[in-house]
Structure formats: C-alpha cells, structure tokens
Ligand binder design. Structure first.
Ligand code: C2O
Ligand code: CU
Ligand code: CU
Length: 537
C-alpha cells in the first residue's frame, strides 16, 4: 500500500495533472494517513509575501470581469518538492494569478466567471459577502466538470477581509484543503483612514496572513487524512503554513505592523499569541470577520476558529534589534468531550494521534511564525486612532427568536436534529426582519464554528462558556473582543449558548436560498449544514 501510494503521489506531483483521479483513488483507499515528515526537520523559510501577480497576487478589480478557472496544479511547498494542489487560475490586466487576492472598492460591481477544469463538481462561495442567493455559491449551484458559472453582484459590504472558497457538497473539505481558497478584500473610507493614520504600506507593513495546517508525506506531497476519525472530528495537519510557507520567518522593522489573518484551516482552532522568551506580548485587535471594530482593543490571546478573520496591529517599535518573537498557538483544552468520561485534553486528542490522525492534537501548543526584529523604521512611530469605524447595534426589540441546537446522533453532527438535505428548508425567515438565533452546543460535543451565508451578524451574548473562554470575556454578556465587531462565523464551545442578532434587510427580488453550517469543513461535508430560506417580504 505504501509503495503504490507513493507512486501515485510521485506521478501526480511530477506531472502536476491528473489530481482528480488521484483523489478518487485516494478516497477509495480511505486508509490511514501516511507517516508524515515533521516540520521540525525543515529550515526556517522567509514568509511568502504576495506581490501583484502570481500566487496569491493582489488583483485590483474594477469593471472588467475576471475569468477564474479551478484546476489541478502543483506547488513546491516542502523544500521545493512539488505537491499536487488545486488552484484558481486567471489572467487579468496582462498578468497571471493563482488564488488571487481579489481587491475591490465598496460600491463596486463584481463580475466573475468560474470555469470548472476539475474532474469533479465545484462552485465558488464568496464567504461573508452580502449577495443574492444565486450569486452566493450555494452547493446547489455546483457545476459539473467543463461547465461555467457566471457571477455578477454589487459589493455592499463594509471594508474588510473576506474570502472565497469551494462549496460543492460534500467535496468542500477536500477541495478547500487542496487549495481552492483565496482572500477577497473590500476597501472603503474607514480602511483608507486607518492606512493613512498608521502609514501602512500593503505588502510591506500590512500583510495578509493565511494560516492553515496541512499534512505532507515524505515525498513532500499533500495528504488528506480520510480516516474515519478525521472525517468525524475534522482534518488536522501537523505542518503549519502561513501563506503556504512552512516554518515561516518574517524580518520586521521597529514599527507597527498590521496583520490581516484568515484561519483557512479545515478544522483547527488557534489561540493566537505573540511570545518573546516565555512572556506573551500584548497586541491590538482592530477588526473581525466583516471589517474594523469601533476602536482598538488590547489582547494577549485570542481564539481563532476556522473561517474567522482577525485584523491585528503588532507594535515592534520598542523591541530591540535582533529580537525574535514567535507568533504561537497557545495550549488550550480542545474540549472534544464526545465520549462521556473521556473528555478534555488527552481524551479524543490523544486518541486521534494514536488512531492515525494528526501528530499535532487540537489544543496543543506550537509556533506559527517567527518575527525577527531586523532594523530601525525610518520616520516617526504612528499612533493608533481612537476610533476605527462606527458599529451600530442591531435593534432587536421586535426580533423573532430561533433555537439552533448542535448535537450528535448516530455518529453524525446535527443541526436541530437534522442532517443536510439539499431540498429541505428547515429555517425560513422573512426579508427585512431581525432575528435572534441561539446556538446551543450540547455538553457532550466539540467546538463548532457556526457560519451564516448572505448576511453579517452581531454576537449578543455568550452563556455557560467554559472557563478558558469566560476568562477572556469583555462584558457582563460574556462576549469576547472578537464578538464586538461584525461577524459571519462564531465559535460555539461545548455547553455554550451563543446568541446572535441578524438583520435580514435586503433589496433582492423573490426568495433567497442560503446555507448555515459548521465551518469545521469535515463536519459540514458530513451534513452539519442546513438551508436557510429568506422569503420575500
Ligand atoms: Cu466559508 Cu459556507 O462557507
Ligand atoms: Cu460563507
Ligand atoms: Cu462542527
């Protein structure tokens, strides 16, 4: 089995084609993951910083439509050894891009087409964007190999860090893991004001950071777990990548940096901290999923679940030249409390390691990226503005209440006791109303990052939070710093009830069909997803 698989990988990586075939074979084998090469044997690698073309290149789009093609390709991730990857490719303004960082002004018209050059269905979902149902990339919009889907919508979102990724059911997890994802950045006046106040230079002192965990085999090829435990709990990799760089290191100057972080992992939750020696350093949170917070908030550690974005400022102006800071994920209790008494750290986490899951358990501590203070900044140090944006609280006085129960039955994750059915509409709400949803996670469960398509929401309260979460609460309602901005994904811990407010105001014609789901992508693919129909007023 090892030999045969090795030959498949070698063929796939050498040619950079035929990945779809490899996937089907791989899925059919569905055996234990290959033993992986641990990241610790790799040298530090300069963080990959996207330019204005090529991989993750920043692509300013205006009126001209973009033609994206989803295809199998190869990327040299592990010490130059090519690995099969799936990428979105396009030519725009005379340049070519793979997984471009799409950048557009608020109020602009976005026009794109997706050509499916894979040998399985796919579709693009614009995560966090407010678009009509047919433009959303709902799994029912998936297109067959060779087919094309056209998108056109106005960008009405606040400035912020959004993203796009595949959403073909039930292939989202493996396709996204294999590379089908990118940033979608919306610009507005609040963004421009911040950039001017801090003298930020995109690509130099303002950097997008895509954090992912993946697993590679000894030949340097990407491996998708596929064993029963990883399918049920979620894929975890033992190689942490930032902008597809393993063991990244970034040389910084003594000044402020803005990091626009996207947790693009299938299932891993991070507890982000900056550590110098054994001391955590303070940093500033300036934005969440859907743009800037009202003001800067100081933090030392923040949970970041799959699909969540975190916009932070790290101040290196008082650090000595030569210093090394490590951006880490700190240890936490993964709370995979599924099997009664086995809960907590070392329970399922330990079991997963033993059962061919990741060598790096959920909740383990590990480095994400090194920052090396390499020199003085030219010019004076900037001050963060007192106000960043205006966040108007949603008026919930006439809101409709809804309970969303998260549980497990017959070894499947469920939403209100149901598994996903493309043709059922268990959640129906009315356009131009406000709803309050209570996400209630069962005690015997695991953390679920819950995501809503089509509309941003606000977190109203957290109840019955576990102590590691409660101790980070900012107010009497139990909210965390990351709950204080506009959101589209919220992490719900075992035992917790998280109440959110959604304003369903829109100007679309007719009924709109979206999904709401867990953004642990293995959970989603197993059916932890539900249709949400917003009926016309
Ligand atoms: Cu990132 Cu259905 O979403
Ligand atoms: Cu989404
Ligand atoms: Cu989940």
């Amino acid at each position: 089995m090892h030999r045969r698989k090795f030959l498949q990988y070698a063929a796939a990586s050498g040619l950079g084609v035929g990945l779809g075939g490899y996937y089907y074979k791989h899925a059919a084998n569905a055996q234990q993951a290959e033993p992986t090469k641990t990241t610790t044997s790799l040298p530090d690698t300069p963080l990959f910083i996207p330019g204005n073309s090529g991989l993750m290149g920043v692509m300013d789009v205006s009126d001209a439509p973009i033609a994206l093609s989803a295809r199998s390709s190869a990327l040299p991730i592990m010490q130059g050894k090519p690995s099969p990857f799936l990428l979105y490719e396009t030519q725009y303004g005379g340049k070519s891009y793979q997984n471009p960082i799409i950048r557009i002004k608020r109020g602009g018209q976005f026009k794109a087409s997706l050509q499916n050059a894979l040998n399985q269905p796919t579709i693009i979902h614009w995560h966090g964007l407010h678009v009509p149902g047919v433009m959303d990339g709902h799994p029912r919009s998936s297109i067959a190999p060779g087919a094309r889907y056209d998108y056109a919508f106005g960008v009405t979102n606040r400035g912020g860090t959004y993203w796009y990724h595949t959403h073909a059911h039930p292939l989202t997890a493996e396709q996204a893991y294999s590379g089908l994802a990118g940033f979608f950045i919306v610009e507005d006046e609040a963004e421009t004001a911040l950039r001017n106040a801090l003298g930020l230079e995109p690509g130099v002192t303002e950097l997008p950071l895509l954090i992912q965990d993946k697993q590679f085999n000894a030949a340097g090829a990407l491996v998708y777990g596929g064993n029963r435990m990883q399918q049920m709990m979620g894929q975890l990799g033992d190689t942490i990548l930032v902008n597809l760089t393993p063991r990244p290191i970034l040389n910084i100057q003594k000044r402020l940096y803005r990091f626009r972080i996207l947790n693009g992992s299938n299932s891993r939750i991070y507890k982000l901290a900056f550590v110098r020696g054994n001391k955590t350093l303070p940093y500033t949170i300036i934005g969440t999923d859907a743009g800037l917070l009202d003001r800067p908030y100081n933090a030392q550690e923040v949970f970041l679940a799959p699909a969540e974005r975190l916009d932070i400022v790290f101040d290196a102006s008082n650090l000595p030249v030569g210093d090394e800071i490590v951006m880490k994920s700190l240890a936490f209790d993964a709370m995979e409390n599924m099997m009664g008494g086995m809960g907590g750290m070392g329970g399922m986490g330990g079991m997963m390691g033993g059962m061919g899951g990741s060598a790096l358990a959920l909740g383990a501590e590990f480095p994400i990226m090194k920052l090396k203070v390499a020199g003085q900044a030219p010019g004076k140090t900037a001050q963060l503005p007192r106000q960043l944006s205006t966040i108007t609280r949603i008026d919930t006085r006439r809101a409709t209440a809804r309970q969303i129960k998260l549980s497990m039955g017959r070894m499947r994750w469920l939403i209100n006791d149901k598994t996903f059915n493309m043709n059922e509409y268990p959640i129906q709400s009315r356009s131009n109303t406000v709803e309050l949803w209570d996400f209630q996670n069962a005690q015997m469960s695991m953390p679920h990052p819950m995501h809503i398509h089509g509309f941003s929401f606000q977190v109203v309260s957290r109840q019955n939070s576990p102590s590691q979460v409660r101790k980070l609460a900012q107010d009497a309602s139990g909210r965390l710093i990351t709950d204080l901005g506009w959101k589209d994904t919220v992490l719900v811990w075992p035992g917790e009830t998280v109440r959110i407010a959604i304003d369903l105001t829109n100007s679309y014609k007719g009924d709109q069909i979206y999904v709401m789901h867990c953004h642990n992508l293995e959970h989603e693919d197993q059916g932890m997803m539900v249709n949400h129909k917003v009926t016309a007023a």
